[in-house]
Structures are given as structure tokens and as C-alpha cells.
Design a protein around this ligand. Structure first.
Ligand SMILES: [Zn+2]
Length: 97
């Protein structure tokens, strides 16, 4: 078995910072339950749970949970197959040496 080269997880800081600095309501999400695709702004958000719960407008399954404490937050995206986030023209990610 050959050893594949990899980068330290710290290299994700820049690319993830770029993603999470954008308005995610402009992102397109795919529901993990029914496969519907649409703007995250179309989710039905319930704020009377412990945190915010975003449900799919097609099948009503939970797509997003966000809980905020005074010093931290929990983001649960397991109901989303993917998020497509509009970004300015991409900078290529560094390649392993
Ligand atoms: Zn759905």
C-alpha cells in the first residue's frame, strides 16, 4: 500500500473561513431525505425549539439545526447532502508537495 501525501487540517482554515463568511441564505442546499434542491432561504425555520431548526419545504424533514450558547455554537447539517455557496472567482487550493 502506498502512502498518500496529505496536508495538515489547519490548511482548511482559509477555505472554510471564506465559506462561512458568506450569507448562507443565498446558498443552495439539497435535502438528504427527499433530494429536493433549493435556496436555504426557502427553509421553514422553527425558533421555538432549543435553537433554530430549518426544515425542508418539500418533505418537512430537518435539514439544519443551529444552537447558540453564550460562548459557542453547534451547527448540525446532517439533513443536507450538500450546500452550494456562490463565491467570487475561485483561488485554487494549495496542492500537496
Ligand atoms: Zn426534503
Amino acid at each position: 500500500m502506498t502512502e498518500m501525501s496529505y496536508l495538515d487540517g489547519n490548511m482548511l482554515d482559509g477555505p472554510l473561513r471564506e465559506l462561512f463568511a458568506v450569507d448562507l441564505s443565498a446558498a443552495t442546499g439539497r435535502c438528504a431525505s427527499c433530494g429536493a434542491t433549493g435556496p436555504m432561504a426557502d427553509l421553514r425555520v422553527y425558533a421555538h425549539a432549543p435553537g433554530l431548526v430549518g426544515r425542508c419545504p418539500s418533505c418537512t424533514e430537518v435539514m439544519v439545526r443551529l444552537v447558540r450558547a453564550p460562548d459557542r455554537a453547534w451547527l448540525d447539517l446532517r439533513g443536507v447532502t450538500y450546500l452550494q455557496v456562490p463565491l467570487p472567482t475561485a483561488q485554487p487550493f494549495p496542492r500537496p508537495v
